[in-house]
Each structure stands twice: as structure tokens, then as C-alpha cells.
Write a protein that binds this ligand. Structure first.
Ligand SMILES: Nc1ncnc2c1ncn2[C@@H]1O[C@H](COP(=O)(O)OP(=O)(O)O)[C@@H](O)[C@H]1O
Length: 181
């Protein structure tokens, strides 16, 4: 199974991604988590990505596209995978299509966790990750509507989109996803 899970800040996509990759026994790439770890390790990727995360801005497409290309070509991802937080822009979505064609793989589903803006903000303030200050959360949510919502229509036109109500318990959300994939 090859899945993408998307949603705004605090939509619960990391929680659902972890549950799914355990249930489906597939490896996961959570781009937000990878970037935060890269920053705390002061790796080359982390040093380059840090200013963007601290401002709530998206890391440049070219960096993310190269990162995903390098990972999805690794042997452990040949049998299936789950991408959480990628793609986030139209350019990333198009490049993912080209990459999957090159790898002879097909994306099964894009799972979109739909939650209200108020719920997103409340959950982010609750979890207080390093980049969870109110003004940064606001910017990340703005960017979600501006850059990521359009790619949901891209996948809907390809009949690959599953819209899930994320404003419920994580167990109910996970069951809804499992019923559809
Ligand atoms: N696909 C991506 N393209 C560009 N930047 C990304 C991507 N994924 C993660 N990031 C960066 O990492 C930050 C944290 O990502 P994530 O944990 O998914 O945030 P959120 O929970 O706000 O959706 C984002 O605000 C952004 O700066």
C-alpha cells in the first residue's frame, strides 16, 4: 500500500500516520518530524530548513523533492510506504507523480484529515512543539489553505482522494480510514 496523509497543523495526521503504518506494516516518512529532528541534530538539512520552520514557512520545494526522491529509492520503501506531510505544494505533487512513474509505483490513496481551523489552533497550542507559537501556527494554517488545499483537488480529479472528518477521537478517525482503504 502506498499512501499520503495530509491535513493542516494539528489535524492529527502524525497520529493517524503512526497508527496506519503499524496496522499496515509499512515504513513512514513524516517530513515535519524528520525536519525537526534534523534541526535538533544540526545536520546540513536541519541548518538549511531551520529558518523556514521557525517562521512557519514551507521549506523550498527543491529541498523537499530531493529529500523524498532519495528516500523512496531506498530498498525498504519498495514494498509500500506512507508519506505524512508530503506533498504540500502543486510542484511537489507533480514531482511525486514523475518519481512514482520512474519507480514503477502507483499511489493508492491521499487521505485528507479535515478539521476546523479552531480545532487545529487549539490542538497545536496543546501539543506545543518548538514551532507551535500562535503566530507561527497562524502562518502554517494560512499556507495550508493557500498551497495544500489546491493539491487535494488535483488528487480528487484523479479519484485518489479520501476526505476524512478529523474532528473525532483518533480511534474513530483510524477506523474510518481503514474502512475506506
Ligand atoms: N512537504 C513539505 N514542504 C515544505 N515544508 C515542509 C514540508 N513538510 C514539512 N515542512 C516544514 O516542516 C514544518 C512542520 O511540518 P508538520 O509537522 O507537517 O507541520 P504541521 O503539523 O503544521 O502540518 C512545516 O511548518 C514546514 O515548515
Amino acid at each position: 500500500m502506498k499512501l499520503v496523509i495530509l491535513g493542516g497543523s494539528g489535524s492529527g495526521k502524525s497520529t493517524q500516520a503512526e497508527m496506519l503504518c503499524t496496522n499496515l506494516n509499512v515504513p513512514i516518512i513524516s517530513t515535519g518530524e524528520v525536519l525537526r529532528k534534523a534541526i535538533s541534530n544540526s545536520s546540513n538539512l536541519g541548518i538549511r530548513a531551520q529558518p523556514y520552520l521557525e517562521a512557519g514557512e514551507l521549506v523550498p520545494d527543491e529541498m523537499m523533492i530531493e529529500f523524498i526522491k532519495n528516500h523512496l529509492k531506498e530498498p525498504e520503501f519498495q514494498g509500500g510506504w506512507l508519506l505524512e506531510g508530503y506533498p504540500r505544494t502543486a510542484f511537489q505533487a507533480e514531482e511525486l507523480d514523475f518519481l512514482l512513474e520512474e519507480l514503477g509505483q502507483q499511489l493508492n490513496w491521499v487521505i485528507y484529515l479535515q478539521v476546523t481551523q479552531d480545532a487545529m489552533i487549539a490542538r497545536c497550542l496543546d501539543r506545543s512543539l518548538p514551532d507551535d507559537q500562535p503566530e507561527i501556527i497562524q502562518r502554517r494554517i494560512e499556507l495550508f489553505y493557500e498551497r495544500t488545499i489546491p493539491i487535494l483537488e488535483y488528487y480528487d480529479r484523479r479519484c485518489r482522494l479520501l476526505k476524512i472528518d478529523g474532528d473525532r477521537s483518533s480511534e474513530e478517525v483510524q477506523q474510518s480510514i481503514k474502512n475506506l482503504i
